[in-house]
Design a protein around this ligand. Structure first.
Ligand SMILES: NC(=O)c1ccc[n+]([C@@H]2O[C@H](COP(=O)([O-])OP(=O)(O)OC[C@H]3O[C@@H](n4cnc5c(N)ncnc54)[C@H](O)[C@@H]3O)[C@@H](O)[C@H]2O)c1
Length: 328
């Protein structure tokens, strides 16, 4: 069965490509390499260089291949950048998903998995956060994902497209064999930054705010291993063959504070990892943790990497063997 993975040269997409190949799918990756890496794409996948914002390129792709389903990862992904340059998100991300959905539905594609985000929940009434929570995007980035979810709703109603939006909390870790991992051109994610300090590439990690209403005063996030994301994608895709469309909040259901991440990284790496205390960052919520009850009950999904230490070990293996990422 042939499937399309947009953004399959990126961090999360490249891991899902490998899991899909292992599960027996034929995989076509479509990526403009704006933040992804050609070397991250498994040799057994076909790579097509192209940009979703160019509808002609999307049409050429669908004219050349027949897809049973689509995994849509391609997107700009940075919350702070989206506050500085909102139209990269409110226009480019939105046009990218619109072009993809317009052409896909014209070609009768039946199943679609969207990378959505916890940034849909800027004012959660309850932690952990369930699918019942109101969608209040926290940034133009989150808004672009909320719009993509709405586009899907209409494509189901009009064309019968089956979809699943997976709202990831904090993706983390790397393939356990260490050959692919996280390498964003601008790294904003805590675990890679902490490991760059362990490698001596940065002097220290700044903890932004120690006066939040949490047990140690630092922000709490839910870190989910990239291969656990991958198994959820495959499970969600397969469930759409005979099940309804739906949205799932996707995390381990357990939160760790910034302080706990640093301490765990010290244990895993054996390095001191100096810390400086900084001001709170605008827009950071004290705690973001997923209620994963629905995906566990409906898909039988369980995270394999439930402990933070196991997640950081895989990331450390990748960063040690690729200290400069894919291009080092
Ligand atoms: N990393 C996280 O913690 C996290 C959390 C929630 C949601 N997500 C979502 O998961 C998805 C993947 O995130 P990631 O961390 O792997 O990011 P990434 O930047 O590593 O991957 C994105 C990929 O999409 C490609 N791309 C971007 N715009 C494109 C376009 N117009 N046409 C074709 N290709 C394009 C990039 O070159 C890159 O390979 C994104 O949709 C992101 O919003 C990520």
């Amino acid at each position: 069965m042939q499937v399309l993975v947009t953004g399959g040269a990126g961090y999360i997409g490249s891991h899902i490509v490998e899991v899909l190949l292992d599960a027996g799918y034929d995989v076509i990756v479509f990526d403009n390499l704006s933040t992804g890496h050609r070397q991250a794409v498994a040799p057994k996948a076909m790579f097509v260089h192209g940009d979703l914002r160019q509808i002609g390129q999307v049409e050429d792709l669908f004219a050349a291949h027949e897809f049973a389903g689509i995994f849509h990862f391609a997107s700009y992904i940075l919350v702070p950048e989206s506050m500085q340059k909102p139209w990269m998100y409110l226009r480019d991300n939105v046009v990218a998903s619109a072009n993809l959905l317009e052409v896909a539905t014209r070609h009768g594609v039946g199943r679609f998995i969207l990378s959505s985000t916890a940034n849909l929940f800027d004012d959660p009434q309850r932690i952990p956060i369930s699918e019942e929570e109101h969608v209040i995007p926290g940034s133009p980035y989150g808004e672009s994902k909320a719009i993509a979810e709405r586009q899907l709703l209409w494509m189901e109603r009009i064309h019968g497209l089956k979809y699943c939006a997976l709202r990831y909390f904090n993706a983390a870790g790397a393939h356990p064999n260490g050959h692919i991992g996280e390498d964003h051109p601008v790294e904003t994610h805590l675990i890679p930054i902490v490991l760059q300090v362990a490698l001596g590439q940065r002097d220290h990690i700044t903890i932004n705010g120690t006066d939040y209403d949490t047990p140690d005063g630092t922000c709490i996030r839910d870190y989910i291993h990239v291969l656990d994301l991958a198994s959820a994608h495959v499970g969600a895709f397969e469930s759409l063959a005979d099940g309804p469309s739906r949205n799932y909040n996707l995390g381990t259901g357990r939160g760790y504070s910034v302080q706990e991440v640093v301490e765990t990284a010290r244990k895993v790496t054996g390095h001191a990892i100096p810390v400086q205390i900084g001001e709170r960052r605008a827009g950071d919520l004290p705690a973001l943790v997923a209620d994963n009850t629905r995906i566990k009950q409906e898909l039988g999904w369980e995270p394999e990497f439930a402990e933070l230490g196991a997640i950081i070990e895989t990331a450390w293996k990748w960063h040690q063997s690729h200290p400069r990422g894919f291009n080092g």
